[in-house]
Every structure is written in C-alpha cells, then in structure tokens.
Ligand binder design. Sequence first.
Ligand code: ATP
Ligand code: MG
Length: 415
Amino acid sequence: MINIPKGTKDVLPQDSYKWQYVESVAREVATLFNLKEIRTPTFEHTELFNRGVGETTDVVTKEMYTFKDKGDRSITLKPEGTAGVGRSYIENGLGNGALPAKMYYLIPAFRYERPQAGRLREFHQFGVEVYGASSAQTDAETILIADTLLKKLGLQIKLYINSIGCPTCRAAYNQALKDYFHPHLGALCGDCRTRFEKNPLRLLDCKEEGCKAVNKDAPKILDYLCEDCAAHFEEVKSCLALAGVDYEIDPRIVRGLDYYTRTVFEFVSTSIGAQGTVCGGGRYDGLIEQLGGKPTPAVGFAAGIERLLMVMEQSGVVIPEPIKPTVYLAGMDGDCRKKAFELATILRNHGVIAEVDLMERSLKAQFKYADKLGAKYVAVIGGNELEEGRANVKSMETGESVPVAFGEIVEYFLN
Ligand code: ATP
Ligand code: MG
C-alpha cells in the first residue's frame, strides 16, 4: 500500500464541508471589503522566493520544496502567497490600473517543516494583498479584514501589533541589536549566530529556548522608530481604536519573512496554546521594488486554514452541516427502480436534491440507507404504485405517508 506523504492530509468527503464553510466565509468577507481574487501558479522560479521572502529566512534556508524540472530550471512550490502575487502584479502591470489593488487568494502552500498539530508540509492559506496605498488606514483596514473573518468564524482571538520601522530606523536598531547580542553569542544557536551577521532582526524570531531567554531583554524596535514610522504607527493604532478593535502591542513580533516594514501583526487564539497563531501579516513597502517593480507600498496577511479549523474545533464552534437530500426514491424492483431513476432525474432537473438506489438493494436496505443519508422523504415505488401512477411519499420526520402522482411529484417537493 502506498501511504500519504508525511506532513500532508486528505480532506475526506465527510469533512470537506468544513473547509468549504471556511472558504465561503473568507470569500464573503473578501467581497465585503471589495477584494478581488488573484490566482497564481503553484510553482514559481526559485529565485522569486529567494528575493521576495528573503535569503536569511527559515522558509528560504530550510523549508522550501525546490527541484530541477526536466528543462533544468530551478522550481519551487510556493511556500507562501505574497511573492507570487507581487510577481504577477508587476508582470501584468496591475499598478497601472485602479489603485489600490485589493486582492485575495486561497492557496495550498508548501514548507518542509517538522509536522505537528497545525503544522504541515502542505497547508492552505487565505491571504490578502493591498498594493499601492501607504496610508495607515490601509494597514488598519487590512487588519480589520482579518479581524472580521476571525470573528465571523466564531474564534476567540487576540490581536498583537508592532512596528518594525523602515530601512532608516532599522539601521540604528540593527546596530543596537548587534551591540546587545554580541556578548551573548555563545548562548545562541548556530542559526542565530549566522542571523547575527546577516540579519540581526531575525534573532528575535528564533524559537530555541536558549535564544528566547536572551531575546527577552533585547532592545525594542519601538524605541528606534524614525519620526515618520512612529507617526504611522500611532495612526494605525488610532484607526484600530476607531474601528473598535482591541489590540496589544508586542515588541517581539518581527514576522518570519524578510519583506516586512512598519506595521506587523498576528492574531493568536486565546483558546489553545501550541500553533495558536492563526493569522500573520503586515506592511511590506520594499517588496515590489525588491522584485523588480516600481516602488509600491503594500500590506497583507495570510491565515492558515488548517489552523483556523483546528482552533474552531477545539473551541467548539459548530459548522453548519451540508444540505441533506430532500427525497430518496426507492424502487422495489425492475420497472419500479427504472421509474425511481426517471423521477430522480426529473426532480434534479428542477433543482430538488434527489437520491436513488445505485446498489440494487432491497426496499428495506434502501430505507436504511436513506435514513443514513438524512433524506427528508422517501418516495416508495412498488408494483401497486407503478400501476396506479403514484409514489408513496413518506416523511422521515413524522413517519406519515401520502400518495403523490408521478406527474405532481416535482410540484410536491418544490413546495
Ligand atoms: P509559525 O510562526 O507558526 O511558523 P509563520 O510565521 O511561519 O508561522 P506565516 O508565514 O506568516 O507563518 O504564514 C501565515 C499563517 O499560515 C500562519 O499564521 C499559520 O496560520 C499558517 N501556517 C504557516 N506555516 C504553516 C504550516 N507549516 N502548517 C500549517 N499552517 C501554517
Ligand atoms: Mg513558520
């Protein structure tokens, strides 16, 4: 037997409605905020992620599914959604259209990670990208999109925000970080010693216990923000307050990808501990230029669908179950079964969800199956019924039966 690859999951027929529910709420919220869906390829040139996500990030250094295709090109399955959208935005000249460009995506993403609950190698994201607007209201609106989604899904969540400034404030801050971490280098993990040289901000994102202990007292970026970045952050906070969204400032949030500037945020479930971060995002004004486009302000976020579902389950959110068949047409044998088949077709053509036996079961077994399906009615066609031109329609709820002429069956179920 061939097994499913490690870190991947099947969504089984009995569970797919939960996914469809989350996806439909996501699309509904996207529509509410006038976002348009963008679909980009599942794989891209590896170079896109090296440049877009960042050479010093865990995603690029350790987690990418990269391979050579038969034409000897280096290809990578997308580990996140933003880089592909950024590429497409530039390549298709979307910046020449109406701005801001407000987009969303629903995608599979691939990261070679150690699989655990809520951490997979293939996972799914709902993400939002808003390009072309630098105002703090844009940051706030983007946060509100996520907030609206999470609340509509019934989640208990907390919003943490921070600002990681722009390259100007970052220069002074990186120096302060280097000064702080230098005497502690021996206590840091190997990765962090590399990060120290290449991108000290990344040190704050390390999940190793030893590094976390050192990180605790590191200088805070908020103390190093330039005047513009500080004013921008104040404005974001005031817009959030205006919208009635609670938040907490967490100076340790730096986000795992290199493209962020200024606002960064995470939504964390208050009902579970591990992998409780359901959504992360922020502003990345340098990304489009980094990918070869004109300087373009950008904000966005991504929420992990598996994590949303996990948290919803753990906190007892009830997801509406899919619609059950209206009627199960049970034919006794031979011609009766044919009549059942014919009536099912007519009913479906009129938009009634009708089921019919495909297993050549006995009437009794058909009833049992109809019950299992949760059909509201069973329309029985036996020899007598066939002769009299009507079905015996039994309500599975009340147990009552009424005869319904074949010619009136559509009308019966449409009412
Ligand atoms: P984490 O800190 O949990 O590794 P991250 O910072 O790497 O998250 P992002 O790149 O910001 O995550 O991705 C956005 C969201 O995608 C996360 O908040 C999470 O909900 C989800 N996500 C990220 N990696 C995985 C994964 N391996 N499996 C399932 N969901 C994931
Ligand atoms: Mg990660």
